[in-house]
Structures are given as C-alpha cells and as structure tokens.
Design a protein around this ligand. Structure first.
Ligand SMILES: [Zn+2]
Length: 307
C-alpha cells in the first residue's frame, strides 16, 4: 500500500515536472518565435487534441489545442480554414465527424498563412476531400513549394506542397451555399498572409467575424531584409486593414491569440452571452501587435544607424 502511494506520488512529480518543462519550452517558443526543428516538443504540445465545438452560428472549431482549424458549414457543403500541421489532419477528420459532419463534404479549403503549422496538412486534406484550395498569390507560391525557400525559415519548416486552384486578391469574395467570406490581404507574417471576414447569425442577431491571418513577428528583420525588402510597409498596411475592420467575433490561427481555452470553458459552463463575441479582445490584440511592431522597427532602425 505504502509502496503504491510512493510510486503514485513519484509519478505525479514526474508528470508535473514534464508539464512544467513543456510550459517552459512553449513559453520559449513564443519569446523566440521560432520552432527549431519540425514537429518538436512545442509542436506536439500545440497539436494536443481538444474537443471540437460550435463557436458561433455556422462556425465550428475542429483544430488542435494551439493550431486552429475552422469548419464553416453550409447547405451546399463546407469550407475549412487551415489544416494545422500534417499531423493535425487525422484530428480534424475525427472532429468533423464528432460534430456530425462529413469531411468529404468540404468543398473549399482556405488558409490563414502558408506556414507548416497552418498549411502542413492542406495537400492531404485536398486529396481526402477533392476540395478546391483557394489562396492569395504570394502564399499560393509558398504552398506550391511546401514552405521552402521561406524568407525567414529557408527550407527548415517545409511540408507537402499543395497547389492552389484559385488565386485570391484583396476583397475577393468566396461564396458557398449562401455563405460569403471576404479575403483581406494582411501581409508581413507571410507575404500572402490572409485575414478572412464573414457574418454569422445567432439568436436573431448578426455579427461581424474576423479570422486574423497573423500579425506576429517571429524574430524577423524589418530593416534591410533582402528576402522581403518591403516587409515593414506590408506590416504597416496590415495594421491599417486590421484597424479598419468591424469585429464582433475574434478568431485566429493560434488559440492563444483569441483566448480560445478560456472562452471554450465559459461556453462549456453555459455562459449566457457567447464569449467569442469579443470586440475588445480583437482591438487589444491588434493594438498589442502594432505596438510590438513599432518598438521592434524603431529598435532595428536605431541599430542600423549605429553600424
Ligand atoms: Zn506563422
């Protein structure tokens, strides 16, 4: 009996330590903003399964703990935004089924940006569903080479290439079964990073949804970047666009950007007002991201002057 208790407490200690290490590792990844190797411990943490759920209206969350995937259902088939890692695809497939939908009914695949943690599974999803993949011109180019020759990551974060069937320009509309999504190009994080907007209805009210492409700056050179000379101008443009959007429901490619876990818990506990209706959360996210951008740009400009 005693032995068992000791063993149990030892195991508990080990698992607590492991959880702590994971936490430190993921905190490090956020700070450094990079993944050093493909599908490392951080990626595995990000890819932990979560219970799929209805976010609001016809938008469902079918992704993993930190890498999002959104299913937008329509009577004419579905739209799926983002694939997560290649390793996330089996979860997405299962999550779609758990919600009572069929992955084969996905007709359109969209992408927030062509990094391996959001686009790594698009090729597989395309094969699985036969859906049309729509992407911005610049990110379609990155998708076509599976993330290789990236201005920041080179060939280190590559994935199975996916060919886009249609190119999306700023303000283009994507329509399916009465649902309309509008693309807004928000470049910088990738050259073709795309923010998607749409309207949803719930309890007789209509809401503006913004699914941000990403405005984070994972260790990028904003000054004299030979691989992306207009990167700072692109971020400037992105903040102009993001600030111009009307947003009630704030969603993003990483759960931590929009406090997914906390909001999901509230929803689970039967919150009266849908916690994903969070215009203030959106404004704070954009403000924080812009502040980080301005500070980093200033720091890099000063450093460039001194050399
Ligand atoms: Zn990214």
């Amino acid at each position: 009996m005693k032995k068992n208790t000791t063993l149990h407490s030892l195991l508990k200690k080990i698992s607590t330590a492991a959880a702590l290490i994971t936490l430190i590792l993921s905190a490090f990844a956020y700070t450094a903003g990079s993944h050093n190797s493909q599908f490392d411990d951080v990626s595995k943490t990000w890819n932990q399964p979560v219970k799929p759920f209805r976010v609001i209206g016809n938008i469902y969350y079918v992704g993993a703990a930190e890498v999002s995937a959104f299913l937008i259902t329509t009577p004419a088939g579905h739209i799926l935004l983002d694939s997560g890692f290649a390793e996330t695809v089996p979860q997405i497939k299962e999550n779609v089924a758990r919600l009572g939908f069929k992955i084969e009914d996905v007709k359109i695949l969209l992408n927030s940006h062509a990094h391996f943690d959001h686009a790594g599974g698009l090729a597989l999803l395309k094969e699985m569903t036969g859906a049309q993949l729509l992407a911005s011109e610049m990110d379609a180019a990155l998708l076509a080479v599976g993330g290789k020759n990236d201005f920041q990551w080179g060939d280190t974060l590559s994935y199975k290439p996916a060919r886009a069937d249609r190119l999306i320009r700023d303000k283009d509309r994507v329509e399916l079964g009465g649902v309309q999504m509008i693309a807004r190009l928000t470049p910088g994080h990738t050259k073709g990073c795309t923010t998607w907007t749409m309207k949803v209805k719930e309890n007789g009210n209509e809401y503006d949804v913004v699914i941000v492409g990403s405005a984070s700056i994972p260790g990028y050179k904003l000054v004299s970047n030979s691989g992306y000379p207009n990167i700072a101008e692109d971020y400037e443009q992105t903040f102009r666009v993001l600030k111009s959007l009307s947003c009630d429901v704030f969603l993003a490619p990483h759960g931590s950007f929009f406090a997914m876990k906390e909001k999901m818990k509230k929803l689970d506990m039967g919150a009266k007002k849908n916690p994903f209706i969070d215009p203030q959360g959106y404004r704070s996210y954009v403000e924080r991201a812009e502040k980080t951008f301005r500070e980093l740009l200033e720091k890099q400009r000063q450093a460039a002057k001194q050399t």
